[in-house]
Design a protein around this ligand. Structure first.
Ligand code: PRT
Ligand code: MG
Length: 207
């Protein structure tokens, strides 16, 4: 049995063509099903439906053989205990800093609200900027509006969320896409099945 960890929402939706190329169709729609383990059209493949941020954990511990996770999540999770053989180039966005549209240039010690604590810490340290990082779990955009932070670090796609809150993007930290990750032991023990899946995913990418 191959177990693939995936989050519902945009990653699952954009992963469907990759799965289909490998003959994998979930027997229920994760958007409406309450099941956390979804059987598929292939008797030897099941999906586990989990939070995006939990995907590296499941794969690292071998609770799933493979997973699909955003580079943002992988960076923040920060484990060397995973193989990352394939950039699926899906769920693309940018990890950026953003500030109030009327904000002056940031100088001196700044306060940064984000859920990407480790990534933000590393980014500002590399720039030599003194930053106090404030961990939030959501609605980062609110922080500069109510004086909680000078700046946020968050994902930007269309920019609509920032604009709707009178914020604007400043600096690009990294272009983000979702990656296939593989458990290290599974890569050895289930090499034939995983190598075949990799080939099929690569074939989808090349079309
Ligand atoms: O939603 P939930 O709390 O369950 O978890 P999650 O937010 O981690 O999951 P999900 O499915 O929303 O995101 C999964 C992955 O999709 C992320 O880890 C990214 O790699 C990728 N991705 C791609 C995005 C976006 N684009 C994106 N636009 N993730 C989130 N957003 C959010 C962003 O945080 C901001 O709130 O969308 C808003 C900005 O969008 P625009 O279009 O208004 O700029
Ligand atoms: Mg979300």
């Amino acid at each position: 049995m191959l177990t693939i960890a995936v989050s519902k929402g945009r990653i699952f939706e954009e992963a469907v063509p990759f799965l289909a190329e490998a003959g994998i169709t979930p027997l229920e729609d994760p958007a409406t099903s309450r099941k956390l383990i979804l059987p598929t059209s292939r008797a030897d493949v099941q999906l586990v439906i989990i939070r995006a941020t939990d995907v590296p954990t499941f794969v690292e511990y071998g609770a799933a053989d493979l997973g699909i996770a955003g580079k943002d999540v992988l960076l923040e999770h920060g484990s060397d205990n995973l193989y990352e053989p394939l950039d699926l180039n899906i769920a693309r966005c940018r990890l950026m800093t953003a500030v109030h549209k009327d904000a002056p240039a940031l100088t001196g010690r700044i306060r940064v609200a984000t859920k990407y604590v480790k990534t933000a810490q590393r980014y500002f340290a590399d720039l030599g900027v003194q930053a106090e990082i404030i961990k939030l779990y959501g609605s980062m955009e609110l922080a500069p509006l109510v004086g909680l932070a000078d700046c946020i670090v968050d994902l930007v796609d269309t920019g609509n969320t920032l604009r709707a809150n009178n914020l604007e993007p400043r600096d690009l930290i990294m272009n983000i896409s979702s990656r296939l990750v593989v458990n290290k032991a599974a890569m050895k023990m289930k090499n034939r099945a995983i190598a075949e899946l990799l080939r099929q995913f690569e074939h989808t990418l090349s079309r």
